[in-house]
Design a protein around this ligand. Structure first.
Ligand SMILES: C[S@@+](CC[C@H](N)C(=O)[O-])C[C@H]1O[C@@H](n2cnc3c(N)ncnc32)[C@H](O)[C@@H]1O
Length: 221
């Protein structure tokens, strides 16, 4: 497909440098994550979260779901963007990050909007479905175990209302999805399969964006 320019790191940096206005608390949280966590590169990029934050302000979702919280960076952006009476059910199975994340949610005055569930997200989603929450969520952000994306797609399709939006992060898998050979095939193969499957899924309108490590927006028809 023809482009009017080559998407280089320089043009990507230009876009970020001419658009990013990151709140000081998310900067602080991200800096502390990078200073203290070995897996810090798991945090979503600020330009991605700024985009999601704008979408949330436009969509005004009442019920959000997040899968994969880590130190609470994406949750903080989302909680700051939604209305006072809106809620995020945030799924994370590693309880070690809870105090870190809560410290920042509290500092930002948004802790009351976050309902953190420390458990395997697959189980939390089953529980929500069993409790009758099908078709009640307006927005879902998925950024956890990549091998679980196919399962999340089905469970989140059940939980999302018609007209709701879900976003899958890391769909480029750090560039591995365009390679033919990999040091280890498991994750790249799973992500390639997932991207192919979602592309062919007639239940959604989708858009795959080259922001951060790539993210796909899926609108439930
Ligand atoms: C990429 S990080 C999330 C980053 C976060 N969204 C952000 O932008 O800062 C993925 C997180 O998902 C969690 N996770 C992985 N598999 C999970 C599962 N099955 N259930 C719940 N959490 C899971 C990991 O512990 C990790 O904290």
């Amino acid at each position: 497909m023809a482009r009017k320019y080559e998407m280089t790191q320089a043009i990507y940096d230009y876009a970020v440098n001419h658009s990013l206005k990151e709140p000081y608390l998310t900067v602080e949280l991200r800096d502390e994550t990078f200073a203290t966590e070995r897996a810090a590169r798991m945090v979503s990029s600020p330009e991605q979260m700024q985009f999601i934050s704008m979408l949330l302000k436009i969509l005004n979702p009442k019920k959000c779901l997040e899968i994969g919280v880590f130190t609470g960076y994406s949750t903080l952006w989302m909680a700051m963007a939604i209305a006072e009476d809106s809620k995020i059910i945030a799924c994370e199975y590693n309880g070690r990050y809870e105090d870190f994340a809560r410290k920042y949610w509290k500092k930002a005055g948004v802790e009351h909007k976050v309902d953190l569930r420390i458990a395997k997200a697959h189980d939390t989603l089953d529980q929500l479905i069993n409790e009758g929450a099908a078709a009640t969520f307006d927005f879902i952000y998925i950024d956890a175990d990549k091998l679980g994306y196919k399962d999340y797609l089905e469970k989140c399709h059940t939980l999302l209302r018609t007209g709701g939006l879900m976003i899958f992060d890391n769909v480029f898998l750090f560039g591995e999805v365009i390679k033919d050979e990999h040091v280890n095939d498991v994750l790249p193969t799973a992500m390639k399969d997932f991207n192919k499957q979602l592309h062919q899924d007639e239940r959604f309108d989708i858009s795959m964006l080259p922001l951060g490590d790539g993210m796909t927006l899926a609108y439930k028809k």
